[in-house]
Write a protein that binds this ligand. Structure first.
Ligand SMILES: C[S@@+](CC[C@H](N)C(=O)[O-])C[C@H]1O[C@@H](n2cnc3c(N)ncnc32)[C@H](O)[C@@H]1O
Length: 210
């Protein structure tokens, strides 16, 4: 009998691996505080903001942010994604060394960020929802297609962004496909960091500095 993760993919199961593979490569060669993700959440020399990752997924973005020294609270509302992530974090924690030291800055919560965020306070809220389907869907990575088959479309992503913009946080950073406009319902961002395939829309609310 297979376990609950078997239905994700027969050919290549979806796993959370903080120890080897691509993530480890990015740890060593990803550009440190110079990479777009770090700039998007305000990590810079001498500054390590506390971050809520409202859409934890496979925890990769959180792991990179934690590797740079920030404390991250990860929120995931899909039970199966949460369990995959919890499993990956446990293995990484047991691995010892640098990996386990990074994981010690990550705290995972199961629940819906739309409900949880209004009761929380942090320096930065980071949001990376399931992005709208691109026409060239072959370009979308296998892992993202696997996540989509589990969690669907995140149809309430605009509600999540609006909730974050009202929360006790000086900065909201939204990861979005580089060339896809945001729906009109989202207020204009303060500035953008645009990469090849994704961009970060950054909303600053200086009145809410902690
Ligand atoms: C595109 S994935 C995030 C990938 C992640 N940034 C990473 O590095 O692995 C989006 C995830 O956010 C979760 N999600 C979407 N809306 C959420 C919400 N309101 N509260 C909690 N989790 C949410 C989905 O279940 C999905 O697992």
């Amino acid at each position: 009998m297979g376990n609950k993760f078997d239905r994700i993919s027969k050919s290549r199961p979806l796993i959370v691996d903080f120890i080897g593979g691509a993530l480890n490569h990015r740890l060593n060669f990803g550009g440190g505080i110079g990479q777009d993700l770090a700039k998007a959440v305000g990590i810079k020399s001498g500054i390590r903001p506390e971050i809520i990752d409202a859409t934890a997924g496979l925890g990769r973005d959180s792991f990179i942010m934690a590797s740079l020294g920030s404390k991250i609270t990860l929120i995931e509302r899909s039970q199966i994604m949460h369990d995959l992530l919890a499993d990956g974090m446990k293995k990484a924690s047991n691995a010892g060394g640098r990996t386990s030291e990074i994981i010690s800055r990550m705290r995972l919560i199961y629940g819906d960020a739309i409900e949880l965020i209004p009761q929380m306070s942090t320096d930065v809220i980071y949001i990376d929802p399931m992005h709208p389907l691109r026409q060239k869907s072959a370009l979308v990575k296998l892992e993202m297609r696997q996540i989509r088959s589990l969690v669907g479309e995140d149809i309430d992503q605009i509600e999540l962004v609006k909730t974050a913009l009202h929360a006790e946080s000086a900065r909201v950073s939204l990861k979005w496909p580089a060339k896809t406009p945001l729906p009109d319902a989202v207020p204009k961002c303060t500035y953008q960091i645009v990469g090849k395939s994704v961009r970060f829309d950054i909303f600053i609310n200086s009145l809410k500095k902690r």
